[in-house]
Design a binder for this molecule. Structure first.
Ligand code: DOR
Ligand code: ZN
Length: 350
């Protein structure tokens, strides 16, 4: 029955990815074309080594990404660039960044995740810069986890809301905030009901999986990311948020490539690579919630509306078709294993 009534194709306005890691150098040649094949724009995370802390660095990095897209035939792909907030990012850099079209400034609490050592050690050290951001209408993009070792890893996002985010937003009520890659019911509820300009991005993997995925039949490092996958009740809350139609929730893959040997390691890196099939994965999650009709607004409208950017005009089409992404892609001089590689997907980009 379902097979006959279920739609066979889905055409939507071309989407954007509001949270993406592409790394640098030769790695760009693999990962940028995957994203550019699906998305018109992607918001590029600045957690390189060393981090992207100046407008000049961000612009140069953006040019390298554009070049990698162009070589692969995607010359209209637009990387949207961000700066990395440190304890010492000067307030006047915010004005330069705004003038140059930098789209946001990323807060990594020091030690929270990959390449966050240069992140913020104490929010008060950033207040003059946040003040400049509030005045310039420059969004703050937040990795929302506390880092103290006495807080359980699975509670770090919820504790961050109470101890960091609420006080911060009280101090800077007009600062635009994106709570990035939310993973908990608490975060979804907070974003849904908070006052002022706040939104959240949600990854495909947090819509599709709960924390059992990391431990099924043995430890599965390719399902390890930060913030880590949570319990099923949280996954369900994220699905409700993503499919509920609220303009405060939008697509951000957090696709985060790492070389295979650094994932399959005694101390494996955090990050799930999903750019190879991002829209297919989101379509699966929305279809499972019987909400395919809500995918377009989540993927293509809510993000640009929040960032005050125009919506895209082109379209993409997803077709119902079973296919199997490869287990591995070449990645600079090594390899990269995509999430769910070698497993059947039921939607495919036309
Ligand atoms: O899982 C993650 N990977 N979470 C992050 O916050 C960073 C990212 C990365 O850069 O690999
Ligand atoms: Zn990320």
């Amino acid at each position: 029955m379902l097979a006959h009534s279920a739609p066979q194709t889905l055409s939507i306005t071309r989407p954007d990815d509001w949270h993406l890691h592409v790394r640098d150098g030769a790695a760009l040649q693999t990962v940028v074309p995957h994203t550019a094949a699906q998305f018109a724009r992607a918001l590029i995370m600045p957690n390189l080594k060393p981090p992207v802390t100046s407008t000049a660095q961000a612009l140069a990095y953006g040019e390298r990404i554009r070049a990698a897209a162009t070589v692969a035939g995607y010359s209209t792909f637009e990387p949207l660039m961000t700066l990395y907030l440190t304890d010492h990012l000067p307030p006047d850099e915010i004005l330069r960044a705004k003038d140059a079209g930098i789209v946001g400034v990323k807060l990594y609490p020091a030690g929270a995740t990959t390449n966050s050592d240069a992140g913020v050690t104490d929010m008060r050290k950033t207040y003059s810069t946040l003040e400049a951001m509030q005045r310039a209408n420059m969004p703050l993009l937040v990795h929302g986890e506390v880092t103290s070792p006495d807080i359980d890893l699975f509670d770090r996002e919820a504790v961050f809301i109470d101890t960091q985010l609420i006080p911060l937003r009280r101090h800077f009520p007009a600062l635009k905030v994106v709570f990035e890659h939310i993973t908990t019911r608490e975060a979804a509820q907070y974003v849904q009901s908070a006052q002022g300009a706040i939104a959240a991005s949600i990854t495909a993997h947090h819509l599709l999986y709960n924390r059992n995925a990391i431990f099924t039949g043995g430890i599965r490092p390719h399902y390890y990311c930060l913030p880590v996958l949570k319990r099923e009740i949280h996954r369900q809350a994220l699905v409700d948020a993503a499919t509920g139609g609220s303009p405060r929730f939008f697509l951000g893959t957090d696709s985060a490539p790492h070389a295979t040997q650094l994932k399959e390691h005694a101390s494996g890196c955090a990050g799930c690579y999903t750019a190879h099939a991002a829209m297919e994965l989101y379509a699966s999650a929305f279809e499972a919630a019987q909400a395919l009709d809500k995918l377009e607004a989540f993927a293509s409208f809510h993000g640009p509306d929040f960032y005050d950017l125009p919506r895209n005009t082109g379209q993409i089409t997803l077709r119902r078709e079973s296919w199997t992404p490869p287990q591995s892609y070449p990645f600079a001089d090594t390899s990269l294993k995509p999430l769910g590689g070698g497993e059947v997907l039921h939607w495919r980009m036309a």
